[in-house]
Design a protein around this ligand. Structure first.
Ligand SMILES: Cc1ncc(COP(=O)(O)O)c(C=O)c1O
Length: 394
């Protein structure tokens, strides 16, 4: 089915060539088949400023009540390229689809790549909200320095996120149903043969609607403390959101899942005595009114949710410590929870360490739930943002 995609704010309409878009989700019975045809779509069509707004374009044809976490491609992706030693200029919105890369692109051969993750929420009044996007921009910039890559400026990064969210507005779930996950990538797209930084970099953002992680009735996390695999080492890249940190955790994660766990909790590789983080989120433990989380000493990712939750918890009167947290402290904790863009603030119901299973308080009246409600409330515009964390973009 050919779909028109015209519900653009005028600043986007003026600057874009907008192609006819075939929605992979217009027919729920053949989603994958439709998607394959769509990926190679390249034709373009200029859309006049006076293009009429059509009511039924307000939302994409999605069953919002049954949204999951899988990739649901949307209409547009943002693309910007720059040569080594140069600065990024203007990017553009292209129809979502496959990208062309040389087989000898640095990202494919040597893993020269970074990714980010953030979400756009739809407020009750229809406005889109971004949560602390400049923090993702800053993290990408410092990661790029470590990985010898060019990076977009903070302004370019935030503007690109805004454009991507607005261009895909009809894919942003209705209030309360989830969010539009935005995935910025920075990759060494230029060709190299010997090990060296790429001669060209591509900054790209794509999007996918996702449900809120924590749904009524969803089970708390059940973690496994991993002692045979390390996630990061001292003076390595554990604190960088590089793509090369993620495939190496798959083996431990798959093994844990096969044994009925939700994910893996890593220890520090040097002593195996202290907690680090879960495969893709940070960890907190709570005892009484004291909350502790591993300090950011170079081996864990400094999560934006982590940083926000620390601030919110202090505002709520909790004592928060960023320090080395011994694995033995898991025995004494009342509560354990994880933080991250994907999970928000997620309760941990149980952790297994050296054949001992420890269980924690979850559900109503917990610190985890209090912080989750506050964070999500701010992110969705339900709670007033007194911190300047929210950017309204429509
Ligand atoms: C390894 C790792 N730790 C922690 C996080 C949480 O970071 P944030 O709160 O910025 O999403 C992520 C998120 O992607 C991650 O990949």
């Amino acid at each position: 089915m050919i779909r028109r995609a015209l519900c653009f704010p005028s600043f986007i309409r003026k600057s874009l060539l907008i192609p006819p878009v075939i929605s992979p989700y217009s027919n729920s019975s053949s989603k994958i088949g439709a998607y394959n045809g769509y990926a190679s779509q390249t034709s373009s069509l200029e859309v006049p400023d006076s293009a009429p707004y059509r009511e039924n374009d307000e939302y994409a044809d999605v069953d919002w009540d049954n949204l999951g976490f899988g990739l649901m491609p949307t209409d547009y992706m943002y693309v910007n390229k720059c040569g080594a030693g140069q600065h990024f200029g203007h990017g553009q919105l292209n129809p979502y689809g496959n990208i062309h890369l040389s087989p000898s692109a640095a990202v494919l051969n040597y893993g020269q790549g970074l990714f980010e993750g953030t979400k756009a929420y739809r407020k009750e009044n229809g406005q889109l909200l971004l949560f602390r996007p400049e923090q993702n921009a800053i993290r990408m910039k410092s990661g790029a320095q470590r990985m010898c890559m060019e990076a977009p400026s903070v302004d370019q990064f935030v503007n690109a996120l805004k454009q991507t969210a607005l261009a895909n507005k009809r894919w942003v779930p209705p209030p309360g149903k989830g969010s539009l996950y935005l995935r910025p990538l920075l990759i060494g797209s230029g060709a190299v043969l010997g090990l060296a930084p790429a001669p060209e970099y591509t900054f790209l953002i794509y999007a996918s609607p996702v449900r809120n992680y924590f749904k009524e009735g969803s089970a708390p996390l059940n973690l496994y403390v991993e002692e045979n695999f390390d996630r990061a080492s001292r003076r390595g890249t554990g604190s960088v959101k590089t793509i090369s940190n993620y495939a190496p955790v798959l083996m431990a994660q798959l093994r844990a899942k096969k044994n009925g766990f939700s994910d893996v909790l890593y220890l520090d590789s040097a002593t195996k005595k202290n907690l680090e983080e879960v495969s893709s989120c940070n960890i907190f433990i709570a005892k009484g009114r004291c909350i502790s989380t591993p300090g950011t000493n170079g081996t864990i990712l400094a999560g934006i949710t982590r940083k926000s939750v620390i601030e919110l918890a202090r505002d709520h009167g909790y004592e928060v410590e960023e320090r080395a947290v011994a694995v033995d402290e898991l025995m004494e904790a009342d509560e354990v929870f994880c933080t991250g863009t994907a999970v928000g603030v997620a309760p941990v119901g149980a952790i297994t360490y050296q054949n001992t299973r420890m269980e924690y308080k979850t559900g109503s009246g917990t610190i985890c739930q209090e912080l989750y409600n506050t964070l999500l409330g701010i992110q969705t515009g339900v709670i007033e943002d007194k911190k300047g964390w929210i950017i309204e973009i429509d």
